[in-house]
Design a protein around this ligand. Sequence first.
Ligand code: PEP
Ligand code: MG
Length: 581
Amino acid sequence: MITLTGIPASPGIIIGKAFLFDIGRFHVEKRKIESTKIEVEVQLFKEAILKTRKEIEKIEEKVQQNIGADIAKIFSAHLAMLEDPILVLDVAQKIREESVCAEYALECVLKNIADNFAIMEDEYFRERVVDVFDIGRRILQNLKGVDRVSVEDLTEKVIIIAHELSPSDTAHMHDSNVIGFVTEIGGKTSHAAIMARALEIPAVVGLKEITYQVRNDETIIIDGSHGIVIINPDKETIKKYSHKQEEFSAFKEGLSCLRDLPAQTEDGFRVLLSANIGTPEEIDVIKREGAEGIGLYRTEYLYLERTDLPTEEEQFSAYQTVVTRLSPCPTVIRTVDLGGDKFLTHLDLPIEPNPFLGLRAIRLCLKYPEIFKTQIRAILRASNYGKVQIMFPLISEIDEFQQAKTILLSVMEELEQEKIPFDRNIQIGIMVETPSAALIADRLAKVVDFFSIGTNDLIQYTMAIDRVNEEVSALYKPFHPAILRLIKMTIDAAHNEGKWVGMCGEMAGDPSFTVLLLGLGLDEFSMSGGSIAKIKKIIRAIRLDEAKAFADGIMQITSAAEVQEVLEEMMTKRFGNMLDM
Ligand code: PEP
Ligand code: MG
């Protein structure tokens, strides 16, 4: 029995069989080839090159059509590298001279090429190292015929053990046999963790080397509330955790009576409790949990795991489904937030050294207005079927908002001319998730209809730590006074202009912060469905003046550790072991 502790990503306990899904490593072994098979090996390599060439040509064509010639050039460069006879000749020579397998020969030759690029004076050539390995990865995949299993293909209930889960993997989990997962990388707010909470499956992330420690079919326990993973538990441990599992279910069951009760304080102050979703399939869960709206519809999932961009019709159909099912409750649709940890592989945008500081979210949309306009048309058309609010992510200055709004207004005009109905008075809001936006919230509040505070990013950018890097996850501190000040500034700024302000970052669904956020005046809390009942329970057990006085006290504290201590002490005193659930 081995007990390991990672980062708690999604609460609950599950006991089941392990399934090694993605080990993240590309094993290139130095395999010897029999002399009679050498020419076959050379031939296999040439075929892999051909296959790779075809793949890249296709991508180049699509990018040319959908994005533009500039980006397509990257792929022309990849093609040129593939067509370089030296690559083929060198690899073939190595296979023949050393009787080694094609993968190994390729790796050696690519390393040589990359080393030569790396020492060049010209920055452009130095940066081509990335391209060399990108091409190498493609050729290797074609050589090894790697075909990852898809989560939908799993035939029995399993706990997935993976190096990393892509958004496309998690997007399919809702109707799969995945009952829990553990990953080597990621933090509490990486997309996989967020998805696990949305689907209410226990998960632990950031457990380095787990893929080395577990074998297929071994029994695993995940305690997602505490980040504990137990491999090959003994009978006693299984019994103990089965008991904890029952306790957890009883706790959840106990909350179900709150489902139809309003989210209001003891003295009658009402807030809106909404849910975050990524796909229309999640609506059943959030309705069951009593969501009063959608505070964040992450539209990225429509764009992932496909080889082209979603059309206006496809998007319209997804948005219309959500909006209609939620009506008359509001749906905040966020325009697409690609980049960061959600990449569009088929566009193969340039690989950036710091994707979270790069061409992400609204920045990408403003650079490729056609992608943006198509989405806005679809959102506006859906606004005819219920209450839609539109929200732009990652706004960092006022001009960005104005540019996005100008595009939105031009799309409105287009629709009007085409006599396509939409809500002319649709509310236009922004996510406050960069420190710069929070610091100019007073100015932004004059031009927007609402704010939604995205603490996942606000914390990462304020604390200067990568939210998906488990190495620095201890520095990811929502309790930090700097974060609390930015939140307070944002709420106050919105209220001074008579605008409403919500929060859709993970802090909104964390019970540690509910009383504080209520006291600071937050109007809307948006979270994964599974947290709604817990947060409602807290809100219904407190008076607004009490929460305000508590918040005033918290804002005077100097250190994150002390803030955490005071919040947890209050929670334990008033709500027992709720923070453990
Ligand atoms: C956030 O940053 O808090 C947020 C809700 O957006 P995302 O997690 O999708 O970046
Ligand atoms: Mg964000």
